[in-house]
Design a binder for this molecule. Sequence first.
Ligand code: F6R
Ligand code: MG
Ligand code: MG
Length: 366
Amino acid sequence: MAKKTLSVIKADVGGYVGHSAVHPELISTAEEKLAEAKRNGLLIDYYCGHCGDDVALIMTHEKGVEAEPIHRFAWETFEAMTEVAKKLKQYGAGQDLLTDAFSGNLRGMGPGYAEIEFEERKSEPVLIFLADKTEPGAWNMPLYKMFADPFNTAGLVIDPSMHDGFLFEVHDLFEHKKILFDLPSELYDMLVFIGAPARYAIKYVYKKDTREPVATTSTQRLALMAGRYVGKDDPVMIVRAQSGLPAVGEVVEPFAFPHVVAGWMRGSHHGPLMPVSIKDATPARFDGPPRVVCLGFQLADWKLIGPRDLFADPSFDRARQIALEMADYLRQHGPFEPHRLPMEEMEYTTLPKVLEKLKDRFEPLD
Ligand code: F6R
Ligand code: MG
Ligand code: MG
């Protein structure tokens, strides 16, 4: 059986209302384009997902990763959606399309993408996570727990096919470098880096014996590309599950703890990443708190059977309750750190413009 590709390509091309959700007409525009691409053979199958003000084109195809026709199709779809967003005066219409014209692939152009090429197994459960009001490093802790923490993933202890661990590819988003860690033996080395999620992000997890990719994330940082504040990156992640990989329940388990991520209001605050159902992926309070949804699919000859809305389950109610309590606690800090991000990270927000205005007011102390 030949390898095929699962691509998740996302962008914020306009919010309804403010930055809280996506207007149904933008979704139907994307769905029309996706249906047409399936009819003319570019795609095997598709699903149009969304989380907050971001739309994710979930697509299966035979073109490989970073393929020109797929990236071009996504770009043109986002352009068509932008037209609708402009007509409806949606907020920040066309926000994530940083350049005027498409050239080659989406690298550095604004939209985020996670793509993975593999051979479909006899049964292939795939979980697709979409987040809003946060950054790519938000996946570091959950991915670490899924594929490296035996307190999360019982299979690392019990299943002989997982017992040797996994390989993790970590990207330095500032220096554009990558490093491969072999876990568990290099666990402590990897934590040095992934514990700093603003700069380092896990891009891929690979099976050790076959080197096939089993998880991947989008790692674009809009502010680094644009050189100015354009909202948070709102990343996506693909994780394959079961039969020698973490079980579906082990993949979602890390989200029972709503860990603190960077993002939220004005991309400038720390807040809990709250797992929610698709219908509740509509950040409201203080433009948040940051959200994550999980769409589960069974692949069947690369058809996307699903999605199942995995965080709609009551077993995540406690996580939501804890997230809301954390939100109350953090909000009471107002403009003080550690609710507000540290000064180095505020460099990528609108704060430097305020600093600029005040810089001449400083006088030497002696
Ligand atoms: C967060 C986000 C929003 C905006 C905020 C202010 O990623 O996009 O929190 O930063 O609503 O938006 P403007 O400055 O456009 O009024
Ligand atoms: Mg927005
Ligand atoms: Mg967003």
